[in-house]
Design a protein around this ligand. Structure first.
Ligand SMILES: Cc1cc2nc3c(=O)[nH]c(=O)nc-3n(C[C@H](O)[C@H](O)[C@H](O)COP(=O)(O)OP(=O)(O)OC[C@H]3O[C@@H](n4cnc5c(N)ncnc54)[C@H](O)[C@@H]3O)c2cc1C
Length: 305
């Protein structure tokens, strides 16, 4: 019996778990294994088992920037839980948040506590780990503006280190954090802000999102990163592509950089729509857009998204 199968038999991880319900697109296949470790000791045991079996690993946050292939993922998906869902305000004014903490919750709870800075997270439906890894941001702030350090597990060495934000090469939707690394927690600097001011900022962010983004639909946020000095949504809109469809996925009428899925759409429809829109934008403008959504599992590389 393999090391991972022993963990399945012992009930600490699960086999063949559908991932669709764990992503905002709500489609995609299953993970060969899914682990939801409670703390660092449990996480390290799972990572050691995967390494012993030579099995590939990946981290899943709240699946809000992710398209999982219909064929699923033939490896171990780690979704941090338990102690990784806690956050604490420290005596020095910093906030330490586990990677599994939902960003809107962190925004609301810190605002309630008179702690300012992280209000912008109210509109981003991801996790702290996902936000650090993507340098998520909006409304004029990004994660790198507030991040002091991140606790990171190197999956191949099974070693954990606290890394200063300045060593993470953070820029617009970019960090040096690679597939072989897992963010375990983040330390943020904060400012003092009266509760009513923080809550007013959050209300304004929610209002802006309601007015400008396709709420209540199946999507994973922006399909493309903005190219230098322009907006991907503006460029797509300028080509008249709002409403353009591949299979069950459509360029949103509300925000051209959001690709909305019908209930019966497939992950491969997103892949093909991303490739199609990129080709059209490149042909018209010469700019090659870079995907912001991430794809997990097998997709047809020859059609390249
Ligand atoms: C309606 C909507 C609005 C959005 N608006 C914004 C926005 O304004 N700004 C913005 O930046 N983004 C936005 N997003 C995209 C998304 O919410 C962010 O990119 C978010 O940071 C992703 O976090 P997640 O936990 O959902 O990551 P996932 O989608 O689960 O994963 C995304 C990537 O991060 C990796 N990852 C996740 N957790 C970890 C971890 N702990 N350690 C290492 N790697 C990890 C995954 O392996 C994957 O490669 C939006 C999405 C939606 C659906």
């Amino acid at each position: 019996m393999s090391a991972l199968d022993r963990l399945v038999a012992g009930g600490s991880i699960s086999a063949d778990v559908p991932l669709a319900g764990l992503t905002t697109y709500r489609f995609g296949g299953s993970a060969r294994w899914l682990a939801e470790p409670f703390d660092e000791a449990e996480l390290l045991a799972v990572v050691a088992a995967a390494a012993a079996d030579g099995v590939e690993m990946t981290t899943l946050g709240r699946g809000s920037n992710l398209v999982v292939s219909s064929k699923g993922y033939d490896g171990l998906v780690v979704r941090l839980a338990g102690a990784f869902s806690e956050w604490h305000r420290m005596a020095d004014g910093t906030v330490v948040a586990g990677a599994a903490v939902p960003l809107p919750l962190l925004a609301r709870r810190t605002a309630e506590a008179g702690v300012g800075g992280l209000e912008f997270y109210a509109g981003i439906p991801g996790s702290v780990g996902g936000a650090v890894c993507m340098n998520a941001g909006c409304h004029g702030s990004e994660t790198s503006d507030w991040l002091v350090a991140a606790r990171i597990l190197d999956l191949s060495a099974a070693s954990i280190e606290d890394t200063a934000a300045s060593d993470l090469d953070m820029s617009y939707r970019h960090t040096s954090i690679g597939a072989g690394e897992m963010v375990l927690s983040a330390t943020y600097r904060t400012i003092s802000r009266p509760r009513d001011e923080g809550e007013a900022i959050i209300r304004e962010i929610s209002r802006w999102r309601r007015d400008n983004q396709p709420g209540g639909t199946l999507n994973a946020g922006s399909a493309f990163k903005n190219p230098q000095g322009d907006s991907a949504g503006r460029m797509i809109d300028a080509l008249g592509l709002k409403g353009h469809r591949v299979g069950g996925v459509t360029v949103s009428e509300r925000h051209a950089n959001f690709f909305e899925a019908d209930r019966d759409a497939s992950p491969e429809d997103v892949w093909h729509l991303v490739a199609d829109v990129r080709t059209r934008v490149a042909a018209a403008t010469g700019v090659i857009l870079e995907a912001e959504v991430r794809f997990l599992g097998d997709f047809d590389e020859s059609t390249g998204a």
